[in-house]
Write a protein that binds this ligand. Sequence first.
Ligand code: HEM
Length: 364
Amino acid sequence: AKVKLVSGIHDSWVAFTYEAAEAVLKDERFVKNPRTVFPDVSEHELMPITHSMLFADPPDHRRLRSLVQRGFTPKMIQRLQGRIEEIAKIQVEQMKGKGTVDLIADYAFPIPIIVICELLGVPPEDRLDFQRWSNSMVEINDDPSFYEQVEVHIKEFQLYIEQLLAEKRIHPQDDLLSELIRAEEDGDKLSVQELYGAIMLMIVAGHETTVNLIANGMLALFTHPEQLKKLKESPNLIDGAIEEILRFNGPVEFSTDRYARESFTFMGKQLQKGDHVLVSLASADHDPTVFSWPDKLDITRERSPHLAFGKGIHYCLGAPLARLEGKIAIQTLLNAFPEIQINTALANLEWRQSFVIRGLKELP
Ligand code: HEM
């Protein structure tokens, strides 16, 4: 359907059904790099993150993705299991005896952040700054001063990465950042801008997604007590529970921007070159032609080809890591606090304002 998403901005095509969503994600006539369709767009109009794989088309996409992929093979991720368990246990210990906690700030947020920071080799102590900067990239707001603030945050973020890189160039370590720097120093594999883009993308992806897998997941379980009971009685249902949470309450509501590379007819609609296209992953994952009783949370669902991690060449690189973190975080929490529940007196559940991200502000 063609819809107006934000007043003042031109109409966009949005794929709502599963069939249309999957078809758009797999069709390379929908490009990600704005420069492919708008050659006049100037560099300073683009955020540094647009130099990352998420905004690249083949052949650049392949080169950028393969450089980062080395750090995300299933074997590399499996090696992190013990460390993730340790981090989850530390966070649980810190919540003990506190009564009511904010499950997001005190638990769901720190776990993926500490993991991604350790993987990249950036100091986890800086996580509140990262949070501020990365929120700026995914949130929307009606306040006119908001976008000025976004620019300030992006500049701060860029400056921070500059300093970090300068330090890593002198003292390389056994981490993903040092490896990416080597790729950049090797010559034409990675430009400096692409190095920035890759780092920003990883920090944003690490901050804005898995936290919501954990928190949206706990919310879905709290509001479906019979499913929570089932999971507590049969912990081996955790893998299915994670897939169902991703489908039911996925952390990424909309795909990122795509553009029609040329004018063509797609599923009966006439698209013009440069048309803006989005995919509603959340809507596709509730399509009744694919998922029976889609608005029902069912952790024993047998077949769940959900699109929570996207599809096609931009399929989420962090999916194995996110699944492992979500599984460990929810299991550790339920083991430590079998009686955990929402504090309904304090729960004023509010969703953050964002196109891309579906996440709560707080979960008491
Ligand atoms: C791409 C979802 C966690 C790294 C994507 C896309 C989705 C997604 C839907 C594709 C967007 C599009 O096609 O427009 C999620 C969800 C997560 C999660 C639901 C958590 C539950 C992570 C983590 C990382 C990560 C932890 C790594 C630190 C990436 C990267 C891409 C990506 C690098 C771009 C891939 C490419 O363009 O080839 N993610 N993500 N994600 N994700 Fe994730």
